[in-house]
Ligand binder design. Sequence first.
Ligand code: GDP
Ligand code: K
Ligand code: MG
Length: 279
Amino acid sequence: EDHIVFALAGNQNCGKTTLFNQLTGSNQHVGNFPGVTVDRKSGMIKGYPGTEVVDLPGIYSLSPYTSEEIVSRQFILEEKPSAIINIIDATNIERNLYLTMQLLELNVPIVIALNMMDEMTGNGGSVLINEMEEILQVPVIPTSAAKNQGVEELAEHAVRIARLGETHGRVDFCNPKDHNGAVHRAIHGIMSLVGDHAEAAGIPVRFAVTKLIEGDPLVTKALALTENEEEMVEKITCQMEEECGMDRSAAMADMRYTFIRRLCHQTVIKPKESKERIR
Ligand code: GDP
Ligand code: K
Ligand code: MG
């Protein structure tokens, strides 16, 4: 009865097409996203009638600067999929998690497919899956899409979180102890200023705030702030820049990478350091 739609999101080359093919088998449909020439491939997850997984273009960020990024954002914000399957290349985990940080701001249930695990473990690396799940508050399923390993477990988890509508616990990626608290103060200040606008526009507030700080023109327009509120946002943002010594884009990137570095330090044993590592 219910139609469950999944967005499959990840960086280029993380194995998205391979995973999509494993999940859907030969049952696929190719069209276009509205207004652009980016392919819209979708298909039913094998064994789960009433499901549809949409293969989003490979992206590194949810910025509004390429048609791939805009298409992915619009799909998630406007078509409101039941859940996101976020595929990550385990051999390039820090870079891949940069997108995850932004997807986690979206108030949509997420399951992470930690792909290329065969390559990662083949070189002596490993990931502490339970610890990673606990820190991110989302299910993390190790997969090797090219070997069809972990794919059924991933499908099970994806369908379960979509049916439950389970959004992850609210993880605050911004630690008040970093950047002398400047970034944390700015985020929370702007959050209380624009919260009602974000709700009215149907944009998750946390996503709205980080994008507003980054100067994202699409989010800025959609929020329809008053002139006075826009001035306040600018003032708070300038103060943040002064206090943390970084420009606004660098401050947001640094917030995400600081969280990612800590997460990886606690959960990832890289191939070359696996022997001598002490926790
Ligand atoms: P996409 O750009 O994200 O769609 O990535 P592809 O699905 O095209 O995969 C990129 C390359 O990685 C291909 O050569 C795949 O065969 C390979 N690949 C995909 N998944 C895995 C995996 O789990 N393990 C390994 N070793 N290779 C994989
Ligand atoms: K590869
Ligand atoms: Mg592909």
